[in-house]
Design a binder for this molecule. Structure first.
Ligand code: SF4
Ligand code: SF4
Length: 191
C-alpha cells in the first residue's frame, strides 16, 4: 500500500472516557446505540447490534462499558489480564477490537463488523447518544486536538471493504451491501 506523508494538520480526536465506578449496568447505552443505527433509524433496538456493550460481573456489582473499536482481520497474540478490586478479568471481555475470535461487535445477521462512529449524523450531534442517555455520567464525551501528518492513503471505505472481503468473502459482502441498499432506499422513500 502506498503511503505518502504530507504537511501537518490539526485533527479533532473524539473519544468517550469511561468511569466504571458510575456504571450500574442499566444498558440504556446499548439500547439507544442500536436504535440509532437501525434501518430505518429508531425502528428497532437490539443490544447485539449495538456498538457499545456492557460486560458485567453482577455478583461484584461491576459493569464495564466497552465501545467498538477497529476491525482486526486476525485475533491478537496477547492474552493480558486486568485486575479490578482484586479480581482478575480476561482481557478479551474488555477489549474494543472487532476481532474474529468473538461474536461481540459483529452484526448478527451478516457477521459484518460494527464500529463506533460517534453517532455521525447530519447535522452533527453535540454529543454521542450513549453519552446523552447515560444518566449516571459513566460515559464522558471528550475531544482533543492532535497535530497529525497528512497521509495519502486509500479511502477508509476501501480499506474496510478489503478487510471484510478477506474475512467474509466477496459474495457475502455483495449480498449484504445489496440488502442494506434496498432497506435504505425503502426508508428514504417513506420519508
Ligand atoms: S447507560 Fe451508563 S450506566 Fe447504563 S449501562 Fe450504559 S454506561 Fe452504564
Ligand atoms: S458513540 Fe454512538 S455509535 Fe459509538 S457507541 Fe455510543 S451510541 Fe454507539
Amino acid at each position: 500500500m502506498l503511503i505518502a506523508m504530507g504537511e501537518k494538520k490539526k485533527k479533532i480526536i473524539k473519544t468517550i472516557k469511561i468511569d466504571v465506578s458510575k456504571c450500574n449496568g442499566c444498558r440504556a447505552c446499548e439500547m439507544i446505540c442500536s436504535a440509532f443505527h437501525a434501518t430505518p433509524k429508531y425502528s428497532s433496538n437490539s443490544p447485539e447490534r449495538a456498538r457499545i456493550r456492557v460486560a458485567t460481573d453482577p455478583m461484584r456489582d461491576l459493569y464495564f462499558p466497552v465501545y467498538a473499536g477497529e476491525y482486526t482481520a486476525a485475533e491478537c497474540m496477547g492474552r493480558d489480564r486486568y485486575i479490578v478490586d482484586g479480581t482478575e478479568y480476561d482481557e478479551c471481555g474488555l477489549c474494543r477490537a472487532v476481532c474474529p475470535s468473538r461474536t461481540v461487535f459483529h452484526e448478527p445477521d451478516s457477521g459484518l463488523p460494527l464500529k463506533c462512529d460517534m453517532c455521525e449524523d447530519d447535522p452533527p450531534r453535540e454529543k454521542p447518544l450513549c453519552v446523552e442517555w447515560c444518566i449516571n455520567e459513566a460515559l464522558i464525551y471528550a475531544e482533543r486536538e492532535e497535530e497529525v501528518e497528512e497521509a495519502v492513503t486509500p479511502e477508509d471505505v476501501e480499506i474496510g471493504l478489503e478487510s471484510m472481503i478477506d474475512k467474509y468473502g466477496w459474495d457475502k459482502v455483495v449480498d449484504t451491501v445489496s440488502r442494506l441498499s434496498v432497506a435504505r432506499l425503502s426508508a428514504t422513500k417513506k420519508k
